[in-house]
Design a protein around this ligand. Structure first.
Ligand SMILES: [Fe+2]
Ligand SMILES: [Fe+2]
Length: 391
């Protein structure tokens, strides 16, 4: 082999060198990381509208592209220069599937585009539907992640959340990293209707990450043939209070076939020690401050009251005038099992108990006209309670 031949690169060597250069140059310009740090996720779905929220790591524009098919043909813009993006889409068709994605652009020109997700507008009054019930997702992202996947596996139309969304309301990372992120698969496709718990501390973060009609700490919405009434039970609910009068008025004018209340604290509960030490003394078996709401529920024929606060499951028999009445009572469902450390029951059974179960869990309610099926499912996907109601 002559000297020159050794110096001259072969064709194969040139190709390897060219490939090396290509890889090296592409490695020098990695794709810009997305500035979308939370979401997108869905809030307050109606028959004709929905709100889409997401957060970015720096100030940017807000744009949602959506349509009944891809490529997405419609778009709606929100605020130009913000980190928390909240875009309301109106003028949608009822009971219709849509796809969407969100886009944020910084002043420097960097653009972040989310994946494409889906949502469905609220169904018509005569259509069957299902909703999940979760509560007390606080301080346990692994369990909330697991529960939210099981909830999504049920393909509910929407989910209700009765508070203690996080352990400490002022801590922003609990909202983003412990509540939103573990449930992204669910919340990017299914709207959650939430209400305040004591741990959320009525903090500005609730109003930042949860979007309901003003004043947001209490509201009502209709879905299919049901109407939901959500209250903040950390605020006053006794006779004469603003919430009590609001609820009395709203329940009185409701024409819905099914009426459901959602709030954080339990009017009835068999918890071992929150309402007196049941191992050593007497207990009213529930929060007496909530009993004025019970009077309204009975007066207006509420069907089911959902709550949490106590971190385990309990379903009561129908209750009327402080005794069981299977024919025309209100059922109370404590579904505080989506995250927070489990609690326990009094050593003796309460007069109202139909079922107790101590495990992380969620509830799924399916409604078809005058028939309602309620199921409670544990963190392993096992059904542990079921009831069928007919009007
Ligand atoms: Fe809680
Ligand atoms: Fe609580």
């Amino acid at each position: 082999m002559d000297k020159n031949a050794a110096m001259t690169p072969t064709y194969k060597q040139s190709l390897v060198f060219t490939l090396f250069l290509a890889v090296a140059s592409s490695a020098q310009i990695p794709p810009a990381p997305s500035i979308i740090s939370s979401g997108p996720y869905l809030q307050y779905a109606t028959k004709t509208g929905i709100t889409i929220l997401w957060e970015t790591t720096e100030k940017a524009t807000s744009l949602v592209e959506y349509g009944e098919e891809t490529p997405l043909a419609s778009r709606v813009a929100g605020a130009e220069d913000c980190e928390m993006h909240e875009v309301r889409i109106e003028g949608l068709k009822p009971q219709t599937n849509y796809f969407y994605r969100v886009i944020s652009k910084t002043a420097a020109g960097g653009e972040s585009v989310s994946d494409v997700y889906s949502f469905q507008t609220a169904v018509e009054e005569r259509t069957a539907y299902a909703f999940g019930v979760v509560s007390d997702t606080q301080t346990n992202p692994p369990i909330w992640g697991k529960i939210s996947k099981l909830v999504f596996a049920e393909r509910p139309n929407f989910v209700i959340h009765s508070g203690d969304i996080v352990g400490e309301g002022p801590k922003k990372e609990q909202w983003t990293d412990e509540f939103l992120r573990p449930a992204h698969g669910l919340m990017s496709r299914v709207p959650i209707f939430a209400i305040l718990g004591n741990h959320d501390q009525d903090h500005a973060n609730y109003y930042r990450y949860i979007c309901n009609p003003a004043p947001e700490y209490r509201y009502t919405f209709t879905y299919g043939n049901a109407q939901f009434f959500l209250l903040d039970t950390k605020r006053e609910v006794g006779p004469g209070s603003e919430q009590h009068e609001w609820l009395d008025r709203e329940l009185a004018r409701s024409k819905a076939m099914w009426k459901f209340a959602v709030h954080h604290h339990p009017p009835y509960s068999s918890d071992e020690n929150d309402y007196g030490d049941t191992w050593k003394g007497k207990s009213p078996r529930g929060d007496l401050k909530l009993r004025p709401l019970v009077a309204l529920y009975e007066k207006h024929g509420l069907d089911i009251c959902f709550f949490g606060h106590i971190h385990d499951y309990e379903r009561t028999w129908p209750i009327r005038e402080n005794r069981t009445d299977p024919t025309r009572g209100v059922i109370y469902v404590q579904a505080g099992g989506a995250g927070g450390g489990l609690e326990n029951y009094a050593p003796t059974r309460s007069w109202f108990t139909a079922k107790v179960h101590r495990d992380h869990h969620f509830v799924i309610v399916s409604v078809c006209g005058k028939t309602l099926q309620l199921q409670a499912i544990d963190q392993n996907g096992v059904l542990f309670d079921q009831v069928l109601l007919n009007k």
